[in-house]
Design a protein around this ligand. Sequence first.
Ligand SMILES: Cc1ncc(COP(=O)(O)O)c(C=O)c1O
Length: 399
Amino acid sequence: MGFEKLLAARTHHMEASAIREILKVASSPGMTSLAGGLPAAESFPLDIMEELTGAVLARHGAKALQYDASEGFMPLREALVPHLAARRIAASADAIVVFSGSQGVLDTAGKILISPGDTVAVEAPTYLGALQAFNPYEPRYVEIETDDDGLVPESLDRVLATHPVKFVYLVPTFQNPTGRTLPLARRKQVAETLRRRDALLIEDDPYSDLRYTGERVPPIWSLAPEHVVYVSTLSKTFAPGLRVGFCVAPEAIRRWLVIARQGVDLHTSTFAQALAAEYISAGHLDRQLPRILDLYRPRQQAMLEALARHLPEDFRWTRPEGGMFVWVRGPAGLDAEHLNSRALARGVAFVPGKYFFVHHEDGLSTLRMNFTAADPATIDHAVSVIGEAIAEELKAARA
Ligand SMILES: Cc1ncc(COP(=O)(O)O)c(C=O)c1O
């Protein structure tokens, strides 16, 4: 039987991420990859996992293996209160809902908010995984302009004035894919616009703890809490495989997020939540984070130095103070997909930036490069190979 014909209309809006295909090639033997978005394996607190597991079993016993509340394991929600307060998010444990990764929040938010044909406003470029989460609910997208400082507030205001936007989705800090961070002045403008236009923002913030230099910028939530669903995760500062993410949302939204997720997974793994609670409340996160920053800081420096050393003058790139990615823009006419094929042939992978745009043609000359998964010498070598591939590509274009 052709089971394809059984698929729901909705299923045809699901797309395998093109990036996953690139990552498959990138992870083949002998390949050096700047393509992935993975935390470095060395960043995981393997040395304390036995201790954490023992502490969880001693403290919670069978409770750590039992079904639990859909809102989340209370000791974790309580541990998240001071963690979030340090980010200027003054939320009570009741206002926090734990999900299976922040990806779980994005899907559930799409499920409760998007009817087919509804409009969602996103940055151009934006996080591909959010588009993947929202697409099955069949939204239309309207793009908000960005520049070197991220989202342009006037463009957000125009979009909200001219489209019936259900919600805005932004990654304001060390954005995936660009690494850009929205400055405080713009955050204030965004908060003011959300209030004036009575709009809802989903603020996705997985990276703000990964700051290597400079000062923290407060989340937009802290400037307009009644208009923002704040989404974050322990994937970058503990272990992504545990799938522990969370959100702080206005009550009316939170209620429906909880009801909708009950039909999906009932709740996030109790054991993973208990490990996360212990990791935070026993002070392990505070000890581990500086180690993670010390691991990534020289990698970020190596990336910026390598780009300056190996890329031609007419290439531009972001200089993020944190996160995992640098965004490179080549001259008009450069085909980054073609360039990636040349780099792959030389054993190096990155991600062509066009996949992060709703309209792929807007990002043909752009590249996303990850700097957390490789050591500084490997990064320098990989960028030098990309530099050679660029020279070859430009020569072929001139011929
Ligand atoms: C912007 C953004 N949001 C969400 C996620 C998903 O993270 P999680 O592991 O918490 O589901 C990622 C992962 O790379 C991301 O970059």
